[in-house]
Write a new protein. Structure first.
Length: 647
């Protein structure tokens, strides 16, 4: 089936975490299968054959015989080039793309995210040499540890926490923790038959003790040790030597004070999961920043009497039961003045889309999940994210933010306690942008407010807060960039958008010359029309340095002074040229034409030898990252990466 599409306006396509373009002029690209593996083992994605990437830009050359390429693809995949075929016929199609007034044919390959039972998907016959994953920088080869964790997540018969620890005994458990758990269980279900059993019998029902008749062994499971064990036993080399649980309150305005309260594995308490859960819930119950404290029932057990507390409890338990305890970094809960962060090692067992829909539930540690369910927490019917999101929505707070990162694999849930539309922020934006801010629609207002409150906003973040499709969000973001509200930073799905500075001339900031009066940020008569730029495309080749028109940034005395050491020397060292480009583009967007004029270099030379490679290295960012061949494309020095909170 042949579809006709405008690749950039209809699909909002870009090369990023979930889209990749490959030339395929000489047949199937050799690295096609690495990308297939990477997409399958991450979040899925789309591969387009017939688009070449050169020097940071894209050329849609199309394919002469796309049907033959599809036949070659199916023949190759059926020959066991990869260990698993995830595709149906509908996933490999010919699309016709409009490039100007002409049509080009491409092959579109839609690779789904593999189910946890299907991972790892690898190239060749050896999973340890042929498994790939995807991050913002492209495909990367998985380490042996990453592959082993994928194999560990496959099993339904033996979940991660059901492993029998033959070298451990009941003496390695904290008797008081087990006693307290019994009391909590009994207060909820006093007539439950499991409570009549001895400790081993209760542990066996909970999944903390297991008999393997086939192997002829029995003993404490990993879940039993994690939930009720002594800290010293949990940290033993034969158990979980990298075990870490950490609750930190960061409520001081003094940067010298790292935290105002902390609960961590420090030898002052038995730091098993049950004790950690109890003590963190006490701290949350006494939190003065939350609306109402917990109540206590007749047995003295704390009862969550607000939806916020229920959501926090769900988030805490989710972190404990979904964590990969063989991973790095441990369980970390941070309490900031305006938000909570729950972070745990591991990957999501289902896609983020499935989690947000609440349609599928997968748990890595099923015995731990059962233990918490007996206390009335930990939703078996779903991930719990629905309860958390609905509770936050009821408070009119910014939507929860769930993210998965690689190297190390971690899942982080952020719960902002900030109004979706704070009055002070709205007033500040009104002052910043003038009366034209009142003309924005509700989705545009929410986008600008989110960028103001959170420091930046992305397409993926807006998918959690708006009801728009991703491609509609792309259009919305591009319009807000065009109209002077936002500035982009990054490439592809990793692009983040920040607010422009007050009264900033957006066209000058983007390297397009001064704005007409009706497009100035403070003008109340601003209208939504595309900027008419005199700058040429960065794809232009063979053009000599151009003289700058009046008002062009190439006439800026400050920029001319920065460029002079290079512009007056045809033999300037390569590193000097690169450093000068970075200095010129710091805090501003400049087009390839402007840079060529400032540096007294040919534009094609500048593109091929400097701008393209520096873009690939992450030193520069594009003004239009989602449309790399945009005629008004320009470059800015990438901001320093933000240091990760938890590593």
């Amino acid at each position: 089936m042949v579809q006709q599409l405008d690749l950039f306006t209809e699909l909002s396509a870009f090369e990023g975490t979930d889209v990749e373009y490959k030339s395929a002029k000489g047949g199937l690209p050799k690295d096609l299968w690495e990308t297939y593996s990477a997409f399958a083992n991450t979040d899925g994605g789309v591969i387009y054959l017939g688009i070449a990437q050169r020097n940071g830009t894209f050329e849609v050359h199309g394919l002469d015989q796309p049907e033959k390429l599809i036949t070659d693809f199916w023949n190759t995949i059926h020959s066991r080039k990869v260990n698993r075929n995830l595709l149906a016929n509908k996933d490999v199609t010919v699309v016709t793309v409009m490039v100007g007034d002409s049509e080009r044919k491409l092959v579109q390959i839609t690779v789904p995210r593999a189910d946890r039972r299907e991972r790892p998907v690898f190239v060749g016959s050896d999973p340890f040499s042929g498994t790939y994953r995807r991050n913002s920088e492209g495909d990367y080869h998985c380490s042996e540890a990453e592959v082993r964790r994928m194999f560990a997540d496959q099993s339904d018969e033996e979940p991660a926490d059901s492993r029998i620890l033959t070298l451990f005994s009941l003496d390695d458990l904290h008797a008081e923790s087990l006693r307290q758990y019994r009391n909590r269980f009994a207060s909820r279900a006093p007539a439950h038959s499991w409570l009549a059993k001895d400790d081993v019998g209760l542990l066996e029902q909970l999944g903390g003790w297991r008999r393997d008749r086939k192997a002829g062994i029995e003993g404490i499971t990993l879940a039993g040790l994690l939930m009720f064990g002594k800290a010293q036993a949990i940290l033993a080399p034969e158990a979980v030597p990298g075990y870490q649980v950490d609750y930190r309150e960061r409520l001081s305005d003094d940067p010298a004070i790292r935290w105002t309260d902390r609960l961590t594995v420090d030898g002052t308490w038995e730091a098993n999961l049950f004790q950690f859960y109890q003590q963190v819930m006490v701290k949350l119950g006494n939190d003065p920043g939350l609306k109402r404290p917990f109540q206590r029932d007749a047995e003295g057990v704390r009862v969550m009497d607000t939806r916020v507390h229920e959501a926090l409890q769900e988030a805490l338990v989710n972190s404990l039961i979904h964590a990969d305890y063989s991973g790095q970094g441990g369980i970390v809960i941070d309490r900031y003045a305006d938000h909570f962060e729950f972070s745990n090692p591991g990957t999501l067992l289902v896609s983020l889309e499935q989690i947000l829909r609440g349609s599928v539930s997968e748990c890595r540690n099923k015995s731990l999940q059962r233990m918490f369910q007996m206390l009335g927490v930990g939703d078996k019917a779903g991930s719990g994210i629905d309860k958390i999101r609905s509770s936050w929505k009821a408070q009119h707070w910014q939507s929860p933010n769930l993210r998965e990162t690689q190297r190390p694999d971690r899942v982080r849930l952020t719960l902002p306690m900030v109004s979706m539309l704070p009055e002070d922020v709205l007033a500040g934006l009104q002052e910043r942008f003038g009366d034209r801010f009142r003309l924005l629609g509700k989705d545009e207002v929410q986008t600008v407010v989110t960028a103001a409150v959170e420091g930046s906003v992305s397409n993926q973040r807006l998918q959690e807060t708006l009801t728009l499709h991703r491609r509609d969000i792309t259009t919305l973001l591009q319009a807000l960039v065009r109209d002077g509200y936002l500035l982009p930073d990054g490439i592809g799905r990793g692009t983040r958008y920040t607010l422009t500075e007050p009264n900033q001339d957006i066209r000058s900031a983007l390297g397009l010359g001064p704005s007409p009066p009706d497009l100035a940020p403070s003008s109340p008569n601003s209208t939504r029309s595309s900027p008419n730029s005199g700058s040429s495309s960065p794809n232009s080749a063979g053009s000599p340095p151009n003289s700058a028109a009046p008002g062009d940034p190439a006439n800026d005395p400050e920029l001319i002074a920065i460029a002079r050491p290079v512009s007056e020397s045809k033999s300037a060292p390569r590193e000097r040229v690169r450093e000068t480009i970075l200095e010129l583009c710091r805090d501003r967007f400049l087009s390839a034409k402007t840079l060529a004029s400032l540096l007294n270099r040919k534009q094609d030379t500048l593109n091929g030898q400097y701008l393209g490679p520096m873009l690939t290295e992450g030193l520069l960012t594009l003004r239009f990252p989602e449309t790399p061949s945009h005629p008004d494309q320009s470059y800015r020095t990438r901001a320093e990466p933000v240091e990760a909170t938890h590593q």
